[in-house]
Design a binder for this molecule. Structure first.
Ligand SMILES: C[S@@+](CC[C@H](N)C(=O)[O-])C[C@H]1O[C@@H](n2cnc3c(N)ncnc32)[C@H](O)[C@@H]1O
Length: 274
């Protein structure tokens, strides 16, 4: 790939040994994550496979909210089946869910995370979640790489037919933007009837004509608008507003409808400190 110097715009040279980019003109050295999303004109290209990692506090918020809605639905305590499709290297939602399972007094978790990219294809230098889990003795978290979440047969083979049919209790992610609706539809198809699916999306996601069928047939239960734009890469934000969109499984949807609540409830999250 070609990368240009964020300071002077000169084409950078990649140093394979140091795994850094170097500018022959101004002599600066840059980490991969500092330049690989910068175009020569200073604009940003979308990162490969929409690799925009979610800040950990946001992912934790989403998982906590899903737990809050899901656990009163449990007739007896059991570990929740949790899935983060498109988990990237850090798998922040899966990690937050796995850590909830650490508290023996709480409702635990059995977490699966998958991503289409194989290990080693990851562009960032972040610690892969499987290494984090090993180092911290977390053993309720499985990571599967090289798996296309939209390949239903592959996902069924991976999680097992019984679990796929039963459905996951919590599905949470920040999906690749260009596949967001496909991700949501597949997630809803494999959501437990009292499950909760949480997606971090641009707010403009809800205003597109092509998504009329989705919002008519499966309106989300809640939308939580983020007051502050999240920063996904190098402390920078893009020009979009974001929020968490929360869908519930069919049983919870029916409860909502019986209470006359067809439409999504709107909330705001004060994330200024995150
Ligand atoms: C916006 S990133 C989010 C990563 C992570 N969920 C997070 O919140 O930090 C989207 C991720 O989806 C993965 N992805 C893209 N297409 C996919 C597919 N068809 N199946 C599984 N993962 C996919 C990308 O490799 C990327 O890691």
């Amino acid at each position: 790939m070609v990368a240009s110097c964020p300071n002077c715009g000169t084409e950078l040279v990649y140093n394979h040994e140091a795994t850094t980019w170097e500018c022959v003109k101004c002599g600066n050295t840059f980490e991969r994550s500092q330049v690989e999303d910068t175009l020569p004109d200073g604009k940003h290209r979308r990162r490969d496979k929409d690799d925009y990692p979610t800040p950990a506090p946001l992912a934790k918020w989403a998982v906590d909210r899903a737990w809050e809605l899901k656990t009163p639905m449990l007739s007896r305590p059991h570990n929740l089946f949790v899935l983060e499709p498109g988990c990237g290297d850090r798998a922040p939602f899966a990690r937050a869910a796995a850590l909830r399972g650490e508290d023996p007094a709480a409702v635990g978790s059995n977490v699966t995370s998958i991503d289409i990219r194989a290990r080693g294809e990851l562009p960032s230098d972040a610690e892969p979640v499987e290494d984090y889990a090993r180092e911290h003795g977390i053993n309720n978290l499985a990571v599967h790489r090289g798996v296309d979440f939209l390949d239903v047969k592959r996902v069924v083979d991976l999680v097992g037919e019984a679990v796929y049919i039963r459905g996951f209790d919590v599905i949470a992610t920040n999906p690749p933007y260009n596949l967001a609706e496909d991700f949501i539809r597949h997630a809803l198809a494999m959501l437990h009837p009292t499950g909760v699916a949480v997606f971090l999306l641009r707010l403009s996601f809800m205003s597109t004509q092509g998504r009329i069928p989705l919002f008519r047939d499966r309106p989300p239960a809640e939308v939580h608008v983020l007051h502050k734009r999240p920063s996904f890469v190098n402390g920078k934000t893009d020009n979009s507003e974001y929020g968490f969109f929360l869908w519930t499984g069919e049983t919870l949807d029916a409860v909502r409808r019986s209470e006359g609540r067809q439409h999504a409830r709107l909330f705001w999250i004060d994330n200024r400190e995150w």
